[in-house]
Design a protein around this ligand. Structure first.
Ligand code: FMN
Length: 176
């Protein structure tokens, strides 16, 4: 039987990104019959403009989405919004509908109390426009993230439970 494949996309390009740590931790919580990869190369995707042809990086991004059974996006908030690099990459998928009906989990993490809620709300709107498959349990905001990770993994028990719940909800969406 084909294993369920999950694609992780981090909205942060930083090497020691807290959002990428969350994605990696979520990947480690998936059942062993899942496969998980984090997309590398968001920063190689050119600025989107309608009519431009896909570059190799764009094709790689779209192919990674197409080959995944579900997608998890974990992003920081910049200036109350979605990081431009992430929004730009998603804009490339509008015309080809790569995310259409794709089950998603959407996570924002922030060192602030707000948990990146503005970015989360904005990203959810974009993913609605892109026709992704999600429900009211598909979104998670993680405030005060710096105290919840150590040595490259999430250590906070409550957050680990929330990530497990995201995995379970995603599996249900894949099966629905
Ligand atoms: C230019 C800039 C703008 C930021 N704006 C926000 C913001 O609006 N809301 C917020 O919660 N955090 C904001 N932050 C803080 C980020 O959430 C923080 O740097 C976070 O660690 C970035 O995520 P990462 O660790 O995954 O790279 C901002 C950081 C920078 C550098």
């Amino acid at each position: 039987m084909k294993r369920i494949h999950i694609l992780g996309i981090s909205g942060s390009l930083r090497a020691d990104s807290t959002n990428t740590v969350i994605l990696k931790t979520l990947g480690s919580l998936l059942p062993s019959d899942f496969t998980f990869e984090i997309f590398e190369g968001l920063d190689e995707i050119p600025h989107f403009s309608p009519g431009l042809f896909d570059t190799e990086a764009v094709t790689r991004f779209k192919t990674a989405i197409q080959q995944a059974d579900a997608v998890v996006i974990c992003t920081p908030e910049y200036a109350f919004g979605v990081p431009g690099t992430l929004k730009n990459a998603l804009d490339w998928t509008v015309g080809t509908g790569d995310l259409s009906d794709k089950p998603v989990s959407v996570i924002s993490a922030s060192p602030l109390n707000s948990g990146g809620n503005n970015a989360l709300a904005s990203l959810l709107l974009t993913l609605t426009a892109l026709g992704t498959r999600k429900n009211e349990a598909s979104a998670l905001s993680i405030p005060n993230v710096k105290g919840k990770i150590a040595d490259g993994v999430v250590t906070d028990a409550h957050t680990l439970g929330e990530l497990r719940a995201q995995c379970a909800n995603l599996l249900n969406l894949v099966k629905s």
